[in-house]
Design a protein around this ligand. Structure first.
Ligand code: NAP
Length: 296
């Protein structure tokens, strides 16, 4: 039996592993995809304190190495369900059961995709899901943002401050975003809304060069150096719905103390209800959740 099982080997999960292992606990990390989570696909990270610039992959590798050196063990298996019992918990996977005294859920979440055929090919080559992370790489250039929620409008406004031109492509003619942001978008001189429009194709040879949009029954091409897809995020916590409370969007209900509705189970990072989903806040959650789990 492990003292602590961590589900997810992203920034939150690996930080939790570092803290728990340093506290002398036995730690097993369950991960069903690659180590590092979302950030491992980011070409460069320039907003994590202590690193002026580092690739997401290198950052993930360093975190993983640090956790392993401290004694945390990784098992490549998907947590399919978790049962509470007299000793603690049993995490069930396709390869067997993993018992533990406490569980930290650090399953992350993923940016909703446009689901276009060329989408994966352009990630990191003009296409990004995070203006805060990658906006600075497009300084002085032309970019487009897709979406009509607060995240899209905030991203468009942030980009308008550093880019020459920003297109805001939204599939309806009214925004879902808060009114203050809508007003700011209307006032930004270099920000051009393209409404009732959906992106139908991504074009370019080595990197993104333009997007084709279907608008008012026709099609037009927008030349752009970058495309920021800000159409919401998706959590994937359905497997734990009978153990911990989820909100209406599937995020695990937990506050800054990372405690869930089930004693002994903690939620850290993007998978929990929170306002700011960043690498730094994921790391902070990992520390908070691990220190609490050590006291179970
Ligand atoms: P969101 O509010 O769910 O908005 C997603 C937007 O993407 C919507 O405008 C939606 O269009 C559009 N969309 C969804 N799927 C699409 C698709 N397949 N193709 C094209 N467009 C698509 O998501 P969010 O902006 O990420 O915000 C998430 C939550 O965080 C919200 O509660 C938001 O208020 C909050 N937030 C707040 C702030 C703030 O400053 N207060 C900043 C960021 C986020 P439709 O409108 O047509 O559905």
């Amino acid at each position: 039996m492990s003292d602590i099982i961590i589900v997810g080997a992203g920034c939150a999960g690996l930080t939790a592993a570092i803290y728990a292992a340093r506290a002398g606990k036995s730690v097993t990390i369950l991960e069903n995809e690659g180590v590092g989570g979302q950030i491992s696909t980011s070409p460069r990270v320039e907003n994590y304190p202590g690193f002026k610039s580092i690739s997401g992959m290198e950052f993930s590798d360093k975190l993983f190495e640090q956790a392993c050196d401290l004694g945390a063990e990784l098992e490549l298996a998907r947590a399919e369900s978790i049962e509470k019992n007299a000793e603690g918990f049993t995490v069930k996977t396709e390869f067997g059961d993993y018992p533990a005294r406490a569980v930290i859920l650090a399953t992350g979440c993923r940016h909703r995709r446009l689901e276009l055929p060329e989408e994966e090919r352009f990630v990191g080559k003009g296409l990004s899901y995070c203006a805060v992370c990658d906006g600075a790489f497009f300084k002085g250039k032309t970019v487009a943002v897709v979406g009509g929620g607060s995240a899209a409008l905030q991203s468009a406004l942030m980009l308008a401050e550093i880019c020459e031109k920003v297109y805001l492509i939204h599939r309806r003619d009214t925004y879902r975003a808060e009114e203050k942001l809508v007003e700011q978008v209307g006032a930004a001189a270099n920000l051009e809304p393209v409404l009732n429009a959906t992106v139908s194709s991504l074009n370019g040879t080595d990197s993104l060069e333009s997007v084709t949009v279907a608008v008012n029954g026709g099609r037009s091409e927008i030349k752009t150096d970058g495309l920021f897809v800000c159409i919401g995020q998706q959590a994937d916590n359905a497997a734990f719905a009978s153990l911990v409370a989820l909100d209406e969007n599937g995020y695990i209900v937990a506050g800054e103390d990372c405690r869930t509705s089930c004693e002994g189970v903690f939620a850290a990072g993007d998978c929990r209800t929170k306002q700011v989903r960043q690498l730094t806040t994921a790391a902070a959650d990992g520390a908070v959740a691990a220190l609490a789990a050590c006291r179970v």
